[in-house]
Design a protein around this ligand. Structure first.
Ligand code: B12
Length: 447
């Protein structure tokens, strides 16, 4: 059996994201003895000739499509990725009789609808390492493989993501930050979130020493010195995060890194450990700083946690970005004012704000929206929840705040920071996430 894995994501904003999920899948397939190739379309303009070439020379029995993004989740300006993915899939169907299997985080959000849209029959929801091999086994036994398979992986220590499958140098030269994963699963209860659907609710951590070894190998083999932990929340469980920092320190790795953090599990000692371990900046997924909205969104922390976390990080020497999702249930002018006031008071290095909450299937916000009379229709056309009180003026209020705050990035209007500017910065060797660049170079571009 020969397997061709196609990464269909071509989004370059805020930087090209390495398809680490496919590296995990390719490594698992290779371990089982299957011949595997990745075709990454990220930097490809003419996908047709490249796909044709691969199908002709490799002649795959199976083509696996990895769908990371179906849309940009940004409102009011939304980008839809599925029409292009449809074109890619159909071009493959025209030129190959291989069995076609779909997976990936974007796919896992609405598998039934996406399979139907792409006119395909087989999909894998969630982690694909074991299930992909099982589906191939079924095929080997001459069985029908149509259907949607759901992963249920209990521990993840056996999996690895060989970066040899990826065009790592190209990614780095285009400003990509190398992804590393130290855990899977999210047990928090934010009412809109898809992470528990994609990764499951049960948190499964990797051995911290193995994580540090992976960083060391990536550093020595490819010279990578800046990483992003793609864990939904890096600092939960806190003791696991501390062990990773200690393992990095013990190895004496000269690296920098960033990740997504929960404000409740930030302490003074932890911040100093993060700094010693090379963490340069933290993204706090706070969504709001209004007590009322935090409760409605079931964030599990309070305004005081935010104030403390931002101040501890800043005092300890970390860059901080507060990520907001404005306009959800219960939001009104007063709660927006509360959030903006706390942002002014705490003054994080950057604020990355989205407007409206993308309504995904099987989430609590879907139920709230239905009760309030939203007509959701097909999930593939993004619907955004916007509080009744703010339907007409949310975007205006946010733009207004943004116009007087150089540290504010409005994700509702993508490419606010020109991609060309980002590229120039990257070429000069400037590393780090978009928000760190913005906080350093905000004077260089107009609002
Ligand atoms: C980390 C992250 C980011 C980071 C990436 C940092 C980095 N250096 O990699 C940042 C902040 C930059 C980012 C940006 C964006 N992101 Co993001 N991101 C994530 C997150 C949290 C983790 C992704 C990840 O790396 N997972 C780890 C790898 C190992 O897992 P995986 O890719 O899912 O692969 C596994 C399975 O999916 C499966 N699999 C994967 N491919 C295949 C293929 C086959 C054939 C099979 C069988 C299985 C399979 O097996 C793999 C191994 O177990 C996810 C949410 C989540 N929990 O998944 C959102 C997520 C992918 N992002 C999302 C979005 C929308 C975006 C943005 C468009 C947002 C924006 N407007 O800027 C951009 C796009 C960036 C780009 N260039 O593509 C959405 C996509 C859903 C959608 N609506 O389309 C997600 C799902 C979050 C959400 N809202 O629900 N993101």
């Amino acid at each position: 059996m020969k397997i061709l894995l196609i990464a269909v994501n071509q989004e370059k904003y805020p930087y090209p994201v390495q398809p680490i999920g496919l590296a995990y899948i390719a490594s698992a397939l290779t371990k089982k003895g299957y011949s595997t190739k990745i075709l990454d379309l990220c930097f490809v303009d003419d996908f047709k000739s490249l796909i044709k070439e691969h199908i002709k020379s490799y002649y795959p029995d199976i083509i696996g499509f990895s769908i990371r993004n179906i849309d940009s989740t940004s409102y009011p300006e939304t980008i839809y990725y599925l029409p292009k993915i449809f074109e890619i899939v159909h071009f493959c169907k025209e030129h190959s009789n291989a069995h076609m299997i779909v997976g990936g985080s974007g796919f896992s959000i609405a598998p039934q609808e996406i399979l139907q849209y792409l006119e395909l029959n087989t999909g894998i929801v969630g982690e694909g390492e074991d299930l992909f091999c099982e589906v191939i086994e079924r095929l080997n036994q001459g069985k029908d493989i149509s259907g949607i398979y759901r992963a249920n992986i209990s521990q993840i220590d056996d999996y690895s993501a060989s970066r040899d499958f990826l065009e790592i140098e190209k990614y780095i030269s285009e400003g990509s930050i190398t992804s590393v994963q130290s855990k899977r699963g999210c047990h928090f209860e934010c009412i809109y979130c898809t992470y528990p659907i994609i990764e499951g609710r049960k948190v499964r951590v990797r051995n911290p020493f193995d994580v540090a070894c992976e960083l060391e190998i990536l550093n020595k083999k490819y010279g990578i010195d800046y990483f992003c932990f793609v864990d939904n929340v890096f600092n939960f469980p806190l003791n696991h995060a501390e062990s990773i920092c200690n393992a990095i320190i013990e190895k004496g790795l000269k690296i920098k890194w960033t990740g997504f953090f929960h404000p409740k599990f930030i302490t003074k000692d932890f911040v100093s450990l993060l700094v010693q371990a090379g963490c340069s900046g933290v993204e706090l997924g706070i969504d709001s700083a209004s007590e009322k909205v935090l409760n409605i969104l079931k964030k599990g922390f309070s305004t005081q946690h935010i104030i403390d976390a931002v101040s501890l990080c800043k005092q300890g020497g970390l860059n901080v970005c507060c990520c907001l999702i404005l306009g959800g249930p219960g939001e009104d002018i007063a709660t927006l004012k509360d959030t903006f006031e706390i942002m002014d008071k705490t003054a994080p290095h950057a604020i990355l704000a989205y407007s409206g909450i993308r309504i995904y299937p099987k989430t609590e916000i879907e139920q709230i929206a239905i009760k309030e009379g939203y007509k959701l229709g097909n999930y593939l056309e993004p619907r955004f929840y916007i509080s009744e009180n703010l339907q007409d003026n949310l975007v205006k209020i946010i733009k207004n705040f943004a116009s007087s705050h150089a540290n504010f990035i409005y994700g509702g209007i993508p490419n606010e920071i020109p991609l060309e500017f980002l590229k120039r910065m990257r070429k000069r060797g400037v590393k780090g996430p978009l928000w760190e660049l913005k906080s350093k170079f905000s004077r260089n571009f107009k609002k």
